[in-house]
Write a protein that binds this ligand. Structure first.
Ligand code: TYD
Ligand code: MG
Length: 462
């Protein structure tokens, strides 16, 4: 019999090396490389190692959209693309304590109450702990079935006999353990082998499996990218622990659009859905304060209005501080440079703090104009109009560029009672740009200095 081969795997990024090292060359992490045994898989005994012919077919053919099992939690269903697809695997990642178990318990209970068979396997918490949470959430009467187990052999042996389960929740994949693999639970080889087995079972038995995965401090699910490509959908549950709301973000979905978000609020009776996030993010906004501007953003297909806050203070000497929460700091430096060189705002000796209120993380370049408005407002001590929204991308020469879905953003702003929008010049489609929503006045600008003029009142020279 062939000697089992050994190889070394990085637990942070999944890279494989033939030799052990103290530091992973791929991701630079220290002390993360562990040894694993590669099982040699001999082909079927006695048969020549030839494969069977694969048949090719054309692209046209009848493919019905996959059936869906609606969980009943609308925000989750939307991110999933309309509900859980049978025989699929979903990874739900997030920081410890963010609310993954709470969300899945609520979804499982809701699905079970709708008459579906739901199995919840907890590897982290005891039965009593899960029951306690269910009582607190008011879900104790739900007919879902609960088990505490970590041994994958036991779990697969059990699932082998389950013919009619709709959903199986594994909380969490990092606690699962396969006895044929030497390494500890949570390592790449365990996580990969356990997931592979569970996903194979899901495809074979026709249930949807949801794997819960904790995210390491670097933002990767431990035993990470290996898992992302194995599953059909990857959802991240994120949010600031200091804030009440949580965002479920789809980053991969084989059955729907990615970049959808679901917004929840963590209350003392579990996660509540937030159907109108803009109202939540703007709830504590005060009008007529300098350094604040409302950004009409887009999260997935959904327009979301958030407040951008900037605070400027004279620098006490040394290099000025630039501190950003919820936005990209490289982008802030760029905007400051553009404001300084192209629009004549003096910011080089100023400390700048920028914050996206409410704890949301904005990654769109379209936020440039709102950030610039907040900074220009703070620099000139002129409040932005309380009923004005901003969006637009800014280029290095100060030009303001088009962004996607301007109409959707304007509609959301009008819906929430905003009366004015500052945006890039719209390119006419056909022979004219679509009319703005009723009650909304548009200020289309072509250059960032036009925005600064709104605050200083006098034209700036480049
Ligand atoms: P949990 O779902 O256990 O997080 P995860 O599975 O992602 O580790 O969430 C735990 C946190 O949520 C905990 O800090 C308490 C808080 N929480 C509430 O605020 N309200 C509730 O109703 C519940 C169940 C939890
Ligand atoms: Mg948990």
């Amino acid at each position: 019999m062939a000697k089992p081969a050994h190889r070394f795997v990085c637990n942070a990024c999944g890279a494989v090396t033939p030799k052990w090292a103290g530091r992973c060359e791929t991701c630079g992490e220290w002390n993360c490389i562990t040894e694993e045994v590669v099982e040699a898989r001999p082909g079927p005994a006695g048969k020549a190692a030839t494969g069977r012919r694969v048949n090719f077919v054309g692209l046209a053919g009848s493919a019905a959209p996959p059936p869906r099992n609606v969980t009943g939690i609308a925000e989750l269903d939307r991110v999933l693309g309309g509900g859980l697809v049978p025989a699929s695997a979903v990874l739900v990642g997030g920081d410890p304590g963010i609310g993954k178990s709470t969300l899945l318990l609520q979804a499982a209970a809701s699905l079970a109450s709708a008459g579906k068979r739901v199995l919840y396997i907890s590897g982290e918490e005891s039965i009593e702990q899960v029951r306690m949470r269910a009582r607190r959430l008011g879900l104790a009467d739900s007919p879902m079935e609960l088990a505490a187990a970590i041994n994958l052999r036991d779990i697969t042996a059990t699932l082998e006999h389950e013919a009619n389960a709709t959903l199986v929740v594994i909380d969490s994949i990092q606690t699962m353990w396969m006895d044929s693999i030497e390494s500890a639970p949570g390592t790449v080889s365990q996580v990969r082998a356990c997931s592979f087995e569970l996903i194979r079972m899901a495809k074979q038995r026709g249930f949807a499996v949801v794997l819960v995965g904790h995210v390491t401090k670097e933002g990767a699910i431990a035993g990470p990218r290996v898992l992302e490509h194995m599953v059909d959908a990857v959802l991240y549950f994120e949010g600031d622990r200091g804030h009440q709301f949580r965002i479920l973000r789809g980053v991969k979905n084989r059955f729907g659009a990615t970049d959808e978000i679901g917004v929840f609020e963590m209350t003392d009776v579990g996660l509540a859905e937030v159907p109108n996030p803009s109202a939540l993010f703007l709830a504590e906004r005060r009008g007529n304060i300098s350094g604040s501007a409302v950004f009409a953003g887009l999260e997935g297909t959904r327009p979301v209005l958030v407040e951008v806050q900037a605070l400027l203070a004279p620098n006490a000497g040394g290099s000025p501080r630039r501190s950003v929460i919820g936005w990209d700091s490289g982008r802030l430096s760029m905007l400051l440079a553009v404001l300084e060189t192209r629009c004549g705002l003096r910011l080089a000796a100023t400390d700048v703090w920028l914050n996206i209120a409410g704890g949301l993380r904005v990654s769109e370049p379209a936020a440039d104009l709102a950030v610039a408005a907040a900074i220009a407002s703070a620099a000139t001590d002129q409040p932005t109009s309380a009923e004005c929204v901003y969006f637009g991308e800014v280029g290095l020469s100060g030009e303001v560029r088009q962004v996607a879905q301007a109409e959707a953003r304007l509609k959301e702003a009008a819906k929430l009672g905003f009366g004015r929008a500052v945006l890039p010049r719209r390119v006419a489609r056909g022979n004219r740009a679509p009319a703005p929503p009723e009650g909304l006045q548009l200020a289309e600008i072509g250059h960032l200095s036009d925005l600064v003029t709104l605050f200083t009142g006098k034209p700036t020279q480049e």
